[in-house]
Design a protein around this ligand. Structure first.
Ligand code: ZN
Length: 92
């Protein structure tokens, strides 16, 4: 069992090493692209979190919890990037 697990993690490492980051397309802020159509595409984001409260009735062990959901905020306009909208716009 542990050998299989090791094989899987080795495969994942190989996949990551075969990707050249400079070949990948930048995700940029759609709000900035509309606000500053002549400007450079804004592709730098802060990571932040939306905190969701899981109440005891929804929780598998009956304990209340706070669940952090990672989000990305544009450093220029402050809007949250909606990655689902971004994917839908460009992955047709
Ligand atoms: Zn922006």
């Amino acid at each position: 069992m542990s050998d299989k697990f090791n094989d899987l993690s080795k495969k994942e490492d190989n996949v990551q090493m075969n990707i050249n980051l400079s070949d990948l397309e930048d995700v940029y802020c759609l709000s900035c692209a509309e606000l500053y159509p002549e400007g450079e595409l804004q592709n730098i984001f802060h990571q932040a979190f939306i905190l969701k409260r899981l109440n005891p009735l929804q929780s598998p062990d009956g304990k209340a919890r706070v669940i952090p959901l990672p989000i990305f905020i544009c450093t220029k306009c402050g809007n949250m990037i909606d990655l689902e909208t971004w994917h839908n716009k460009f992955n047709k």
